[in-house]
Design a protein around this ligand. Sequence first.
Ligand code: HEC
Length: 194
Amino acid sequence: MKLFSIFAFTLLLWTGCSSGKLSPEEQDKYVRQGQDITKEVGMIMTSALTKSLNDGGVARAAQYCSYIAIPLVDTLAVRHGVQIRRTSTKLRNAKNDTPTERELAVLEQYARQKEAGKELQPLVEAIDPNTVAYYQPIFVQPMCLNCHGVEGETLTEDNYTIIKYMYPKDEATGYKIDDLRGIWSLTMPRESTE
Ligand code: HEC
């Protein structure tokens, strides 16, 4: 009997570890951690974009986005010890931002939930015993339309020409306010719970 319980306990531990399921406490903790990071990164990007849009229009801001904002986000990622990505089903930068299989599944799940009128929640899951993934939807705000709006309407021909020149394969236009633009995808270290 004793031997059986040791066996059962070991099995439980083993399956618990290999599936890497997060406890409810861990879920709360990593959702909060993810939200804090995306809030900080989002604020930096939005304020920098708004400032450079005001200073030099889309020509300046689009350059800002690729040459300055990306290293800035990388610096933040290093400081927090996490990996930070943005991805989407309609990409502007297919080189950096192509979704992984799992990210694509999350994007599709969010799109279905939005279609059904549900409120989209952040998601956390264990990738392996030492790593947690965090996903959060990104919605279109008025400012985004300058570069991701409807061509010839909210996205002017002149601005679209600049974007097309920088990203010839751009697909990330045609959006309206509150549309699902994509997701934040973070990879965070999982702290030992022992
Ligand atoms: C000044 C133009 C500009 C504005 C304004 C802008 N973006 Fe972008 N966006 C870009 C560029 C350029 C890229 C590609 C950056 C790169 O090279 O990785 C991009 C990439 C993205 C991506 C990554 C996925 C992809 O398509 O490559 C997301 C998500 C995104 N933008 C969302 C937004 C949101 C949300 C807003 C508003 C809060 C916004 N953008 C405002 C120009 C802009």
